[in-house]
Design a protein around this ligand. Structure first.
Ligand code: NIG
Ligand code: FE
Length: 409
């Protein structure tokens, strides 16, 4: 069953129009995702959960079903490559205290750890699904999800098993912070993470992450965690340079990490390292917004040739937004990105940060993940910040959310 979406005001494809490039989706590095590319007056055909055709509306082939976009914009579904969704409890009071002048520290994480350990699987699953559904309704069709609020062998393994119910992009973050019961024996905790905890967790994850920061894990510890993960088949990514300058980016690049996330406090050497590596800089502007901290300078990274992704970092502490649209608006307004760069980073950039060639673009053969905006162009994501613009969402070719006026056709 094929569907033609036509009369699209602007179709953002991040891919060449027409036939797939030789090799096509599935290869990385390769042609996909490509640069920011948009077609006006466009149409797209989806078939069997994949993109079958894109081009000018006037030349569109016939299909079994037709959706009239009535001049709205259609984008690849957002790829949110950084989120912490398996947790219990909330930290609204900590946020309010921050807004009253308290700094953000890694210490708040332990209160979520206590609530998460005490929660049943049913409670954790319900919270996780609520957030994942909230994301999907807003147009996020691929998401990464970390553990990191369990910090025991049992609680980390169950966090990953729950995350794996909603996404294949599951990340083991046992090295989030040293839990209170190991405060006098951080080396013992590191042994646990790299030993028994990893044994229990590796089968349920694709990625391994470490919070490399003052108050969390230093360079040597982080390097050891990533090496242990690699030895168990996990691919590295790193929480780097969030709260201050430090070794995070260097550790990430040396480990061949797919992504160094946050990148708020970078030296010129960090920028050079990122530029000369395949490590994506994943910027999380919702964190700076929610912690009232200075934003990273995306222009500096882009100017140096670094691949930049944008993600939410949705978590109960440093940033509790699930909105990629808000992050795009912040990236444009606060980090110096153009609207095209920000949308590319929230789609194609996220896909590269997850080493995925099948999402983040609408090239022929890509997964048919689309978001239709109640707006004529992608620019409106930043031009109308805070306005719910998602009109409809397709995941693997299936319409999973839509406003009534889209359905009444
Ligand atoms: O990405 N930086 C470390 N971890 C999260 C925050 C977790 C929390 O505060 O609960 C982050 O910002
Ligand atoms: Fe994070």
């Amino acid at each position: 069953m094929s569907t033609l979406i036509t009369n699209i005001g602007e179709l953002v494809t991040n891919a060449p129009v027409g036939d797939p490039a030789p090799g096509g989706p599935g290869k990385y590095p390769g042609e996909y995702p490509g640069e920011f590319t948009a077609i006006t007056g466009a149409a797209v055909v989806i078939d069997g959960g994949r993109i079958a055709w894109t081009g000018a509306a006037g030349r569109a082939p016939a299909a079994d079903d037709i959706v009239d976009a009535r001049g709205r914009a259609v984008l690849p579904g957002y790829v949110d490559s950084h989120a912490h969704l398996v947790f219990a409890g909330e930290r609204g009071a900590e946020f309010a205290a921050r807004m009253a002048g308290q700094p953000y520290t890694a210490g708040g994480i332990v209160s979520t750890v206590a609530a998460t350990r005490a929660a049943s699987d049913v409670t954790l699953r319900a919270g996780l699904r609520r957030l994942a559904d909230e994301m999907l309704r807003q147009g996020t069709t691929t998401l990464e999800c970390k553990s990191g609020y369990g910090l025991t062998v049992r609680d980390e393994a169950r966090s990953l098993m729950l995350a794996a119910e909603i996404t294949p992009e599951v990340t083991f973050l046992g090295a989030h912070v040293v839990p209170p019961e190991y405060s006098r024996d951080p080396a013992g905790y590191l042994d646990l993470v790299c030993g028994k905890m990893l044994d229990a967790c590796a089968p349920h994850a694709r990625w391994i992450d470490v919070f490399c920061e003052e108050g969390a894990f230093g360079a040597d510890e982080a390097t050891a965690v990533l090496a242990a993960g690699r030895a168990r088949g996990l691919l590295p990514r790193v929480h780097a340079n969030q709260l201050g300058p430090g070794p995070g980016v260097r550790v990430a690049v040396q480990a061949g990490a797919a992504s160094a996330d946050h990148c708020t406090h970078l030296t010129s050497a960090d920028v050079d390292l990122l530029a000369s590596s395949g490590t994506v800089a994943t910027l999380l502007p919702g964190v700076e917004f929610s912690c009232r901290q200075p934003y990273p300078d995306a222009r500096r990274l882009l100017g140096a040739g670094v691949t930049v992704a944008i993600a939410t970092d949705c978590n109960p502490g440093s940033c509790f937004t699930s909105s990629m649209a808000l992050c795009v608006a912040l990236a444009v307004r606060e980090m110096g990105m153009t609207t095209q760069e920000a949308v590319w980073s929230a789609t194609a950039g996220g896909a590269i940060a997850l080493r995925r060639a099948d999402v983040g673009h609408l090239g022929v053969g890509a997964r048919a993940d689309l978001v239709m905006l109640d707006a004529p162009s992608h620019t409106y994501l930043a031009y109308r910040p805070g306005v719910p613009l998602t009109a409809a969402v397709w995941r693997e070719g299936r319409m999973v959310a839509a406003r009534p006026e889209i359905l009444a056709r």
